[in-house]
Design a protein around this ligand. Structure first.
Ligand SMILES: O=C(O)CCC(=O)c1ccccc1C(=O)O
Ligand SMILES: [Mg+2]
Length: 373
């Protein structure tokens, strides 16, 4: 295939809940939706999961747009692409900027799957036709609100509960949940809010039988996580620290974690995400699919990835209605009894809800990829 045209839709969607983490509070999310057209007319969609501000990684909606417009799309001009894996080499001249690369790579994976007459999951080599999912609950203002959220999530069948923690909102958050729900599969995500000075506080979490603690220390650290992991019984899971297969190799070699959270955008696309999955499978390291509060487009990509064989831990992957009143795909993605069916058939595969997309659009811009440079 050759990519002929790309339309970037800049959209903003109100969240169904307030999402409070150690770095701030979110009530809405912006996205770039990438609509790519191939020379045979096939249209594929990708999603840029970066936030409006650089608090999770250094990328933002605006840096991604700049990267796409000025560097990544021009590299696609006159490029014959036989398989999306080739984008690794095509984009190699551009350092990092993983969420920008992932957005266009996702659209090209979507085109490729359609051209092969396969679902995205099949094109990736998926083996599961339904996946178990978990929920991420933000910091709550009161104990009652926390217990209500956890109770509701358990009643809805989620296979794992993740709660956000930060210094001062940790031991009592976890002990409150454990008193009421002693056996629920539970984990905590710190979003890099601690340092090694908090060792005693983090060790105290060992008493609560957590599945794992996600990213306790700095966003760019591997060494101190290894020090911490040696002194914790609870498994450490890395999120922000993992940007590539190389990072995964280093983390495993020095013992920074026992589990990896794979986010397609953070690692630069589906191809790398799959490579990390394969490597962790060979090295007996757990993986699960992280979430970035995606629209249905990014969510479909997460579901397809999550259907690979080594994704046995539930991911941060709920149905559309958990996040959005109206998603931009139809039918919306449904979660029932803690499971999501992996869409496989052409007839039932979710499609873009163009009316919804238009309703959320702030601006859009079309690029003729054949005439960019
Ligand atoms: O997509 C979800 O359901 C929430 C996932 C989540 O916790 C999250 C959402 C936005 C930014 C960072 C994180 C995280 O995993 O740290
Ligand atoms: Mg996280």
């Amino acid at each position: 295939m050759k990519i002929q045209k790309v339309t970037i839709h800049h959209i903003k969607m109100p969240l169904q809940f307030t999402f409070a983490t150690s770095f701030g509070v979110m009530t809405e999310k912006e996205f770039l939706i990438i609509e790519a057209t191939a020379n045979d007319g096939t249209i594929g969609y990708g999603e840029c999961v970066a936030f409006a501000a650089p608090w999770y990684t250094e990328e933002t909606i605006q840096t991604c747009w700049h990267m796409l417009e000025d560097f990544l799309l021009p590299l696609l001009q006159d490029q014959e692409i036989n398989h999306p894996d080739e984008l690794q080499a095509i984009f190699a001249p551009i350092r990092l900027n993983h969420m920008a690369k992932s957005a266009i790579e996702g659209a090209i994976w979507d085109i490729y799957a359609q051209q092969q007459g396969m679902s995205l999951a099949q094109a990736l080599g998926a083996t599961q036709n339904e996946i178990r999912v978990g929920v991420a609950i933000g910091l709550q203002p009161t104990k009652q609100a926390l217990l209500q959220q956890v109770g509701k999530a358990i009643a809805m069948g989620y296979g794992r509960i993740k709660v956000k923690i930060k210094p001062g909102h940790d031991l009592e958050v976890i002990s409150t949940i454990r008193e009421q729900f002693p056996d629920v599969p539970l984990m905590a995500d710190a979003n890099a809010a601690y340092t090694l000075d908090d060792m005693a506080r983090l060790q105290a979490l060992d008493a609560y039988n957590l599945l794992m603690i996600e990213q306790p220390l700095a966003f760019d650290d591997l060494i101190e996580h290894a020090t911490l992991q040696r002194q914790l019984q609870t498994a450490i899971c890395l999120d922000e620290s993992i940007h590539s297969l190389e990072d995964v190799k280093k983390a495993i070699q020095i013992g920074s974690c026992r589990i990896i959270n794979i986010k397609i955008g953070r690692v630069g696309g589906l191809t790398v995400a799959k490579q990390i999955h394969d490597y962790c499978r060979q090295h007996d390291v757990g993986v699960w699919c992280g979430g970035m509060l995606e629209t249905g487009i990014g969510r479909l990509h997460n579901i397809a990835l999550n259907a690979l064989p080594h994704f046995v831990l539930p991911g941060d992957l709920s149905g559309s209605h958990h996040y959005w009143q109206r998603d931009i795909v139809k039918p919306p993605i449904m979660m029932a009894h803690g499971k999501i069916q992996v869409p496989m058939d052409k007839e039932t595969y979710p499609v873009i809800d163009h009316q919804a997309l238009a309703q959320y659009t702030l601006t859009k811009k079309e690029y003729d990829v054949t005439g960019l440079v």
